[in-house]
Design a protein around this ligand. Structure first.
Ligand code: MG
Length: 370
């Protein structure tokens, strides 16, 4: 199965409501910036990374796919995923200009398209190729109820509604002021009772003293994890916070390599490991992160940059994956959406990685690739 063509695409899909915000940004659309890889036997694989739908930066990614990565792939055997991963990641000209960022995000889209193609060629859902099913069902937690742009009243209403729908895990954003965020945390915990797991996510906004001050009170509310409490690359401060609070530290959505995860693990700065196939040069590198976490008996909760379309396959197949994030923004753009029923992700059944866009989404949301 030879690679015949590699073509980039961009979809800009509206988020829930009109706009969402966390501690660092607000957005109105999610960017699905990807690669469409066609093989000589007529199959097409789709892969994508996730962005804030900023067209000029999305077009940097599509340009990298088209002009830098595609020429390295044409005529290659599409099934040689590990070898092709090495070929792109260790290309001296590309790694010189980017061992993170645009080069890696575009590599992620390509790697996922190759996995999609391989699963389609095998006539199997991706999780079967990854070793088969390791658990009966994948527990979902709902992030979409907890944005900082949601008022206090609506936050509590949304949390209660999600629990009524069957969710056993929720996450709310923090990183505004300590006082406001503690008030919101307390009111959500009171509304949902003790049996629903409740995580918080700071998106790297606060410094160490602020996190410590927050955690001293927040620990009363049985916080499942504190995600990205500090700046993404600051291993030392995360290790200090992890020693100072009983609340488990979670992170990983902004890390680009297994080496970065290894450093956090070595410094005991991380309790929940959160890799993302759209950030880490695809599923191939995420599998290395999952194996590394597993070797240290750390649970994995994949971050939903792909809105869980691919991560649901990973979570059904990998022993380390304990729980998976649910955000519904783009699921209906795909022929097999990542659906949650009674609080658990439905197991994908169609051949592939659940990354094939519907004709309707393709027609409605496509943007110029530059
Ligand atoms: Mg997060």
């Amino acid at each position: 199965m030879k690679i015949k063509s590699v073509r980039p695409f961009i979809l800009h899909v509206p988020v829930t409501g009109s706009q969402i915000a966390d501690s660092t940004h607000s957005i109105s659309h999610w960017g699905v910036v990807g690669a469409q890889i066609e093989s000589d036997d007529g199959l097409t694989g789709y892969g994508f990374t996730g962005t804030h739908a900023h067209l000029p930066s999305d077009q940097l990614i599509t340009r990298c796919i088209e002009t830098c990565h595609a020429p390295l792939l044409i005529g290659e055997d599409a099934g040689d995923i590990n070898r092709l991963w090495q070929k792109l990641a260790r290309n001296s000209a590309l790694q010189w200009v980017g061992r993170a960022g645009v080069v890696t995000l575009s590599h992620a889209a390509i790697d996922l398209a190759l996995w999609d193609l391989k699963a389609k060629a095998a006539g199997q859902p991706l999780w079967k190729l990854l070793g088969g099913q390791v658990r009966d069902k994948v527990r979902a937690y709902n992030t979409d109820i907890g944005w900082l742009s949601i008022t206090d009243d609506k936050l509590v209403e949304g949390a209660q509604r999600a629990v009524e729908q069957g969710f056993t895990g929720l996450k709310i954003k923090v990183g505004s002021t300590v006082e406001r965020d503690l008030r919101r945390l307390a009111s959500v915990r009171k509304a949902i009772g003790p049996d629903v797991t409740l995580a918080i996510d700071g998106n790297g906004k606060w410094d160490l003293p602020t996190c410590q001050r927050f955690c001293r009170v927040a620990q009363e509310f049985d916080v499942f994890w504190f995600e990205e409490p500090l700046w993404h690359d600051d291993v030392k401060s995360h290790a200090q916070l992890a020693r100072a609070t009983p609340i488990p530290v979670a992170l990983g959505e902004q890390l680009y390599t297994v080496d970065a995860f290894s450093e956090f693990i070595a410094q005991q700065a991380i309790a929940w490991v959160q890799p993302d196939v759209t950030r880490l040069a695809g599923l191939t590198e995420v599998l290395r992160v999952c194996e590394t976490a597993h070797a240290f008996h750390l649970p994995v909760a994949p971050h939903a940059g792909d809105m869980s379309q691919v991560h649901v396959h990973l979570s059904y197949a990998h022993s380390a994956c304990e729980v998976l994030e649910f955000i519904p923004w783009i699921k209906d753009c795909f022929t097999e959406p990542a659906e949650v029923v009674d609080g658990y992700f439905r197991r994908p059944e169609l051949p592939g990685a659940s990354t094939t866009p519907t004709p309707a989404a393709w027609a409605q949301f496509r943007q110029a690739t530059g």
